[in-house]
Design a protein around this ligand. Structure first.
Ligand code: ZN
Ligand code: ZN
Length: 443
């Protein structure tokens, strides 16, 4: 049964007193910097920030065995996905069959190395590393293995760059595009890859971040008197974004994960704006230049992102056309505009911006990576459709440029510090908070 811990947290959050119950834990919300005290959560319970509703903690049943078993099963499926034929295609009596690793290998041998390396990283290397890291960390909880801190740090850093779910969506789009002109057969590896996707997603769902870091080292607790319901900055406290430890503002490195800790991301707005401008500049050639070159019965056609969408629409493939349009046109533009708007809000003083803009930030951050679907469609089709002058697909330069747009906007979202949206709120009204005047001190 899923139970929210909000009610229990609310009792102590705005009381202005330190909770006297056993096992109450001090947490700083990474999205709004509100200091809260959470009671000990039971397995299946989760706690959300009262101010911005960010999920602060979620406890899992059997936090060691379940993620390890899911990750091991996912790895097994990934091995199987590479062993057997993945997809085959027949057109006019000719047949082409690829393995899963051909998706990047074919591109690499044909001078599309950048696209090949990106595809390999997103659908093979990063997901495989993440699953191996989970197994290592869970085994480490039992056997005290070395270097777990570094493995955990890299795992959470790489997690957004694992794009197997997006690649699966790209496969379905490619099949809809190809099935009208060719016969598509799915090999055993395709089904193994589908299972890999499910197990990979499930592994991250049941991964208990809190239990993982707690097994590496106990959560350091600040020695100073704290007041729940005030911001960390007001109380000279800061959050380690890596392991969620709450640290004194003077401490430069986290005592648990050794990460360099700052109260706010340094030059967050400058970095975000610079990356957004870069994305805007890249977005223009990514839409003007061809993303894909198609050869059909000797006729060569270059298609851009927009012309590909129009072609799909004219062919009556409305659902796929809409998905392509949303992923390749709407999402990148909306994300760039929204991120500019969030930067503007963060710079304005005394704005009541926090809750809704925080939710919007989380939404664009989550949805932004799905723009990569068109790039992965091109990579897959270029590997599969290999019939010379009869029918062939080659990636265009815009595929790399568009991948760069998506990567740049993802980095912009990472560089943006959502706590800046809350820093301009009214000062803490908690009369027992002794640190109200400390606002503005950063380290
Ligand atoms: Zn919050
Ligand atoms: Zn830390």
């Amino acid at each position: 049964m899923k139970t929210s811990a909000d009610t229990a947290a609310r009792q102590v959050q705005y009381s202005g007193r330190t909770d006297s119950r056993d096992n109450a834990e001090i947490v700083l919300c990474p999205h709004c910097d509100l200091l809260q005290q959470l009671p000990a959560l039971a397995p299946g319970e989760e706690a959300h920030c009262l101010r911005c509703h960010y999920q602060l903690d979620a406890r899992q049943h059997n936090p060691v065995a379940r993620p390890a078993l899911y990750a091991a099963s996912a790895l097994l499926m990934l091995v199987l996905a590479n062993l057997f034929p993945f997809v085959s295609m027949a057109i006019a009596g000719n047949r082409s069959e690829i393995h899963f690793f051909d998706t990047s290998a074919v591109l690499f041998t044909e001078y599309h190395q950048v696209l090949a390396i990106l595809t390999w990283l997103f659908i093979q290397a990063v997901p495989a590393f993440c699953m191996m890291a989970v197994i290592y960390l869970k085994a480490g909880m039992r056997y005290n293995l070395p270097a777990r801190i570094w493995v955990a740090r890299v795992l959470y850093m790489l997690k957004p760059w694992s794009m197997v779910d997006i690649f699966l969506m790209g496969l379905l789009i490619s099949f809809v595009k190809l099935v009208a002109t060719a016969e598509i057969s799915l090999g055993m590896s395709f089904w193994a890859f589908c299972l890999f996707c499910l197990l990979h997603l499930r592994t991250f769902q049941v991964l208990d971040r809190h239990a993982l870091w707690a097994s590496i080292a106990p959560n350091p607790q600040p020695l100073t008197k704290i007041s729940a319901g005030c911001s960390g900055l007001e109380q000279q406290l800061k959050l380690c974004q890596c392991c969620t430890a709450v640290l004194p503002i003077q401490q430069r490195h986290c005592s648990r994960c050794h990460t360099k800790v700052t109260s706010r991301i340094p030059a967050s707005l400058q970095k975000t704006l610079a990356l957004l401008v870069t994305a805007c500049v890249l977005y223009i050639p990514a839409n003007i230049l061809p993303i894909m070159r198609t050869v059909s019965f000797g006729e060569v056609t270059d298609s851009t992102i927009i012309s590909g969408f129009i072609l799909m629409w004219q062919d009556g493939e409305y659902p796929v056309a809409i998905v392509i349009f949303l992923a390749s046109v709407v999402i990148p533009i909306v994300k760039i505009v929204v991120m500019f708007w969030l930067c503007y809000l963060a710079m304005r003083p005394r704005q009541l911006t926090g809750k809704y803009s925080g939710n919007i930030y989380r939404l664009v951050d989550w949805v932004g990576r799905w723009s990569m679907v068109d790039v992965l469609v091109v990579a897959f089709m270029a590997a599969l459709v290999r019939f010379g002058l009869l029918a062939s697909v080659y990636p265009g330069i815009a595929a790399v440029l568009f991948a760069a747009v998506v990567i740049t906007t993802m980095l912009a979202a990472v560089s943006f510090d959502p706590r800046l949206l809350w820093d301009n709120q009214q000062p803490c009204k908690n009369t027992s908070c002794q640190y109200q005047t400390a606002k503005g001190v950063t380290t």
